[in-house]
Design a protein around this ligand. Sequence first.
Ligand SMILES: Nc1nc2c(ncn2[C@@H]2O[C@H](COP(=O)(O)OP(=O)(O)O)[C@@H](O)[C@H]2O)c(=O)[nH]1
Ligand SMILES: [Mg+2]
Length: 214
Amino acid sequence: MGSARSDDRPVLAAHKILIAGGFGSGKTTLVGAISEVRPLRTEEMLTTASVGLDDVSGVDGKTTTTVALDFGRITFGARVVLYLFGLPGQERFSFMWDELSYGALGAVILADVRRLSDCFPSVDYFERRRLPFVVAINCFDSAPRYDPEEVRVALDLAPGVPLVLCDARQVASVKQVLITLVEAIAAGHAGDGSRTATTATTATTGRTIVAPRT
Ligand SMILES: Nc1nc2c(ncn2[C@@H]2O[C@H](COP(=O)(O)OP(=O)(O)O)[C@@H](O)[C@H]2O)c(=O)[nH]1
Ligand SMILES: [Mg+2]
């Protein structure tokens, strides 16, 4: 009886956030950077068995691959807990996406501009499910820098979908991405799946990142 009344305790809201993107886009790195609990990882060394399955071309020094998923947790203030679930990027694990997406508040799609088309399936998927998402361009040291608007056009994003730059290794950067997502959801943006733009033309500056998503 002498214990604190339950209504004195901080109200915790727990939300599930998905971290998506192609193989090598930085999902495991992002969850590892931000998680306040030791992230659950299911990394295995890349071996010859994955030749032809996991495309390592253009991926910096990648020696492991996530076999199933990443999981981590971050608390904002005393009130909001985000559980982060990394979706396995490889096509062969797409059967897990529906299960993992169940009950999710929203998603972060990590994009590597050197392999932009790798995130097309994620964008298509969340648009179809009408699940709010933000696109975070992971700024790899060796990757070319593009105007984010150019990437937006190539991805044919609906106008309300936030597109931000990030460094998946940096806590502050990852935190900002998550805050952008949560704020956009609260404001009713972050992409509800209604794509108003029609088929993208080409990048505005004339540099072609990749064939646009259609
Ligand atoms: N330079 C740089 N390297 C990164 C960044 N994010 C991830 N990496 C590296 O890129 C490789 C692939 O990242 P990983 O998190 O395993 O990608 P995943 O397949 O999406 O889980 C790893 O070797 C990371 O150390 C980043 O923001 N900058
Ligand atoms: Mg991984």
